[in-house]
Design a protein around this ligand. Sequence first.
Ligand code: CTP
Length: 411
Amino acid sequence: MAVVESAESVGSVKPKVVLGVSGGIAAYKACELLRRLTESGHDVRVVPTASALQFVGAPTWSALSGHPVSTEVWSDVHEVPHVRIGQGADLVVVAPATADLLAKAAHGLADDLLTNTLLTARCPVVFAPAMHTEMWEHPATRENVATLRRRGAVVIEPAVGRLTGVDTGKGRLPEPAEIFEACRRVLARGTAAPDLVGRHVVISAGGTREPLDPVRFLGNRSSGRQGYALARTAAARGARVTLVAANAALPDPAGVDVVHVDTALKLREAVLKAAADADAVVMAAAVADFRPAAYASGKIKKKDGRDPEPVALVRNPDVLAELSADRPRADQVIVGFAAETDDVLANGREKLRRKGCDLLVVNEVGERKTFGATESEAVVLAADGTETPVPYGPKEALADTVWDLVVPRLG
Ligand code: CTP
């Protein structure tokens, strides 16, 4: 079992967290989230909806939180709970957040204690959705999620996996540990307004593929996870996000404008177009430095008895260097990534100078490091000489550190 660092043990005041639970089967997983929150020194008040209580009863929430539990506004009226609970919170987290709860929150409905709490809370709010894939992908839900994110709420992407019944797909409640980490990051950032509201950020992700013939390509091992984490966290911080995705087999993040590309030249075209009015551009994609000089329109066949023809390559344009040199505005912030196997920091420093960007995220790669993994560690080098180490952890945490460093550099 993971050791959870206590908020009290680091000397801070016990943060007040409201855990909203809406009516989904994943309500039972919220018990684990509650346990993590209380054990790490948070004062948690659980506010389940009436339908959540069909799945997990009030005695469980009350025993685990150490507080009484009610769902509607008619209990303890003298304490005005429908206003006080939200007003006094440092963080509200709703897990699971059903499609119905997200719709109510997006439209400001207040017909029970949880929805009243969401309207009166002025602290950060985190939603961890759980529902069937069709519900998550429905335009109504997508618009509600986009509305909530625009207003500054953090809506965590649902996980992909087994759903209720025999269905599998996107819509599963993220693991309690992941929701807990998201809550900790939001609490650490405090109650400040989301800091990318009104900003347009462009992120490239994935790995380009350079075709040799209709069936073969030169590619690389980038999964796109880091770029997608950057897109999700930027959207959560209020940005308008364009994600230029090269061959990433990942679902489009909600509330993000995704442009799918395959080759380095297509990626360049899409990134430069989106960058024209961008406040920041983050090149997380692994862009092929070379492409085959010629494309065979028919499949290249082996010729018996003869050695294969060597493959001639030509250079691809360096998109990051081009973006850094020809900025549409002097205050546009440009971020690059460098995956290195040897002399990681020395190569990173040299690459930062060579590319001319403002920040360079340097990480060490190898067979099992970074590519395809959900966690990574890195150092962010800045053109002003500062170096920010990011300890091993989820790619979302690295993404948030990148935005923490981008924000003060924005015009
Ligand atoms: N990049 C780019 N265009 C390219 C190649 C890379 O924009 N044609 C960007 C990547 O998106 C990344 C950064 O440049 O943000 C670093 O990529 P990397 O491949 O490490 O840099 P190279 O210049 O190719 O250096 P190396 O000599 O290590 O290959």
